[in-house]
Write a protein that binds this ligand. Structure first.
Ligand code: AMP
Ligand code: GLY
Length: 422
């Protein structure tokens, strides 16, 4: 197949590596890509957020499948434009992508579909925010309503900080004050063709910047998959996945279909396992980053077939995706100053040595070639991804590899998968 992948992060690099590892040979194109993606795909100069440009390119280049990585092209209507021209695309249209783009919309869909989630109050000014904080009580959860790259949420017991956070986002729209939910978090991905869903294997993301879940929320600083502790709680991973499929994914997909806005692409369920049952904290309309980097290396079948089946409405004929017993750990290297003000343009080295560690590869996020140098061009720079037979092995490989990489001021968490590595 000729496959076009839109995006430039480590998630897109992970998708491309999974496609490139298949027995069948694919011609893989990427826009805009990054320095690492350029090794594994043909990078083309194309604005991924321009529906007309992407559709024209896909048409004239006989693309068989377009895979949309990040949310921006979804929100820009790239999925709609491609589908209108009959080009198979993995990624929902603008309307269904509001599941991620608007927390108010997501809450409304969940309430209508009877999907368990925390109680939330919408507030349009500081007076309403204060009243909602008092009504729901501490710890306070304040969320920007629109897209904020994982940085729109604050969880704090400090009422002043909660009000300050609301005040930063109120000029651009309403905020949500949400009931605090306690428990471990799980990211579970579902492929959807608008009607049928197929779950992938669960992962856990580390959202906070610093060890021990300290510091501000980020896009994600590391992840691991699978989650062995699900067995204790639910009997098996399959039992957990079945429960979430029945209580969360299927009702939401049915609801969006009934509203005339079918969801075709990846439904990312961000879940908290509370004492009161599994509850949704957020939906995303795309693969998670960095969770994708640990889920896809464990997939035991061709990714292209699954994505094409979702894009062409034939997921019902596809069996539940199988995963290997290998475990995977990823650690994110971020630039100094991330997430507030990342320092960019610094040289990056040691990646070859890192990739010589057994079971390790590097997924690039914000990298570019500058003369003879590889440089970091953004907040999250790259992911070290390690697989192994158990978490102790995968984790030690990941940190061994990270030790070879140099980026002045670069930071990473040292506790990724520590709990499961024992
Ligand atoms: P979100 O962008 O909605 O996924 O939120 C980012 C992070 O904030 C989540 O991964 C949680 O760690 C935390 N969070 C969000 N909503 C809640 C909630 N209702 N209760 C507790 N923590 C939350
Ligand atoms: N890792 C969280 C996200 O992709 O939104």
């Amino acid at each position: 197949m000729r496959i076009l992948v839109l995006g430039s992060g480590a998630r897109e690099h992970a998708i491309i590596l999974a496609l490139a590892s298949e027995a069948e040979h694919h011609e893989i194109l990427a826009a805009p890509g990054n320095a690492g993606i350029a090794h594994d795909a043909t990078v083309i100069p194309l604005d991924p957020n321009d529906p007309v440009a992407v559709t024209d390119y896909a048409n004239t280049s006989s693309i068989d499948l377009v895979v949309i990585g990040p949310e921006a092209p979804l929100v820009a209507g790239v999925g709609d434009a491609l589908r209108e021209r009959g080009i198979p695309v993995f990624g929902p249209g603008k309307a269904a992508a509001r599941l991620e783009g608007s927390k108010t919309f997501a809450k409304r869909v969940m309430d209508t579909a009877g999907v368990p989630t925390g109680r939330a109050v919408r507030a349009r000014d500081l007076g309403e925010v204060g009243a909602a904080l008092d009504e729901l009580g501490a710890p306070y959860v304040v969320k920007a309503d629109g897209l904020a790259a994982g940085k729109g949420v604050i969880v704090t017991s400090d009422r002043v900080l909660a009000l300050d956070h609301a005040a930063t986002f109120l000029p651009t729209g309403a905020v949500l004050i949400e009931e605090f939910l306690a428990g471990p978090e799980v990211s579970l991905f579902f492929l959807s063709d608008g009607d049928t869903v197929r779950a992938l294997s669960p992962a856990q993301d580390y959202k906070r910047l610093r060890d021990d879940d300290d510091g501000p929320n980020t896009g994600g600083m590391g992840a691991y998959s699978p989650l062995p502790w699900l067995d204790e709680r639910f009997g098996s991973e399959a039992a957990f996945v079945d429960l979430v499929t029945r209580d969360v994914a299927e009702p939401v997909i049915r609801q969006l279909d009934a509203e005339g806005t079918p969801f075709i692409g990846l439904l990312y369920a961000g879940l908290i396992l509370t004492d009161d049952g599994v509850k949704v904290i957020e939906f995303n309309a795309r693969f998670g980053d960095p969770e994708t980097q640990v889920v896809l290396p464990r997939l035991a079948e061709p990714l292209s077939r699954l994505l094409l089946a979702a894009a062409t409405g034939t997921l019902e004929s596809v069996a539940r995706p199988a995963f290997t017993d290998t475990v995977a750990v990823t650690v994110v290297l971020a630039s100094e100053g991330y997430p507030e003000k990342p320092v960019t343009g610094r040289p990056l080295s040691g990646l070859d040595a890192a990739e010589h560690v057994p079971g390790v590869h590097v997924a690039h996020a914000a990298t570019a070639v500058d003369g003879h140098d590889l440089i970091a061009t953004g907040g999250r720079v790259l992911n070290v991804v390690a697989t192994g037979t158990d978490f102790r092995e995968a984790r030690s490989r990941a940190y061994d590899a990270m030790g070879h990489i140099h980026l002045k001021g670069g930071r990473f968490r040292s506790d990724i998968a520590a709990r499961v590595a024992g």
